[in-house]
Design a protein around this ligand. Structure first.
Ligand SMILES: C[S@@+](CC[C@H](N)C(=O)[O-])C[C@H]1O[C@@H](n2cnc3c(N)ncnc32)[C@H](O)[C@@H]1O
Length: 353
């Protein structure tokens, strides 16, 4: 039976990205069908969604809120908690993960230690609530090592770690076991790519499976030199290049970023992306050699100080001066995501003289 639900109305072109973001945050009501009318979609929301939260997550101007009738997808449970209400105690239900990482048709859950005995039960319940997913993985440990991957255990569904993830219409080939990818960087990929202009040469020093490079080349007739030390990441990027319509050019290269700058970079570049927050500092002197006067560095760092914005501006100014360059302007400093309790992944956009 159809039922009246609170909705957010968005342009259809934003549909997949908005659906993914709201689902990850537990705000999309998965039990009702999304309605498509003209060039817009109506996404049914769960009751607790607030307009402010949804607006800030989607960061689109063209959104409207209201209520209307939605048709149910199935009569199954609406939430993980509903699906497990006869298997877990009230206290255990309170420990269930509230948000997930959704990568293509793979859901990644972080099961708290207290619920580890129920991991597979939780995975199967997830598939009952969200039948469009193929696989549910559990995080095992933290992202670590040079290539920044973590281990996963299969909780339910098909035993696989590879998929195609879609961000703002960009198709990204991902294999979570072989190369780094985080759907939480979606907005950052979008913001950086929006700053690029046609004919720029961009060096993406730690490209991974190439999300920044793909976003840029999808929108701009720019040239992206996409470098990563992990050969698997570069193979995945090469596959993505075959399945996207790009207006720009991406040149994928397996290399250590320092060696690439010192030995293979043909000319100084207009823009450098340094998204390797635990190590970017060590590569900043080389990036300072590779950037044109007036060029922009997108510098990433983990920070846990009380005022990470001011701290990052101070650090980057000192480091760039120590590398023999001067800062023209710092145009953007932002908290990209929470990386640990009381720690943020930060970004700073710096134009260099
Ligand atoms: C945090 S990931 C970022 C990936 C990508 N920029 C993204 O947004 O998904 C850091 C990447 O740096 C790569 N990496 C680590 N050390 C490197 C080095 N010395 N030179 C080039 N790439 C390196 C890793 O393989 C990994 O893919």
């Amino acid at each position: 039976m159809s039922s009246e639900k609170y909705y957010v109305k968005i342009p259809s072109i934003m549909g997949e990205t908005a659906r993914q973001i709201l689902l990850e945050k537990g705000l999309l009501n998965p039990s009702y069908r999304i309605i498509s009318e003209g060039s817009h979609l109506y996404l049914p929301l769960v009751n607790k969604s607030t307009e402010i939260e949804v607006r800030s997550l989607l960061s689109i101007e063209d959104v409207e809120f209201g209520t209307r009738e939605f048709a149910p997808i199935s009569e199954g449970p609406n939430t993980l908690s509903d699906a497990l209400s006869d298997r877990l105690t009230k206290e255990q239900l309170g420990l269930l993960p509230r948000s997930y990482d959704l990568v293509g048709d793979i859901a990644v859950l972080e099961i708290p230690d207290e619920l580890s005995a129920f991991s597979e039960t939780i995975g199967n319940a997830f598939l009952k609530v969200h039948p469009s997913f193929s696989t549910v993985l559990g995080k095992k440990g933290a992202v670590s090592g040079t290539i920044r991957v973590r281990d996963y255990s299969l909780l339910a569904g098909e035993d696989k770690t590879d998929t195609i993830h879609i961000e703002y219409g960009c198709k990204i080939r991902v294999d979570l076991a072989k190369a780094y990818f985080s759907p939480r960087l979606l907005e950052e990929h979008n913001q950086v790519s929006n700053q690029v202009v046609d004919d720029e040469t961009v060096l993406d020093m730690f490209t991974g499976v190439g999300p920044f490079a793909l976003h840029i080349a999808k929108k701009h007739a720019a040239r992206v030199l996409a470098v990563d030390i992990n050969s698997e990441a570069i193979s995945l990027l090469k596959e993505s290049l075959k399945i996207n319509k790009l207006v720009g050019e991406v040149i994928p290269t397996i290399s250590d970023a320092r060696e690439y700058i010192r030995e293979r970079l043909p000319d100084k570049v207009d823009r450098i992306i340094m998204n390797h927050p635990s190590k970017a500092k060590e590569y900043l002197p080389d990036a300072c050699q590779a950037i044109k006067s007036g060029g922009i560095l997108h510098y990433y760092e983990f920070m846990s100080s009380e005022n990470p914005e001011d701290e990052l501006k101070k650090q980057i100014t000192e480091m760039i001066e120590a590398a023999g360059r001067k800062i023209k302007a710092i145009s953007r400093v932002r908290r990209v995501r929470d990386s640990a309790p009381y720690e943020y992944q930060m970004v700073c956009d710096v134009s260099v003289r």
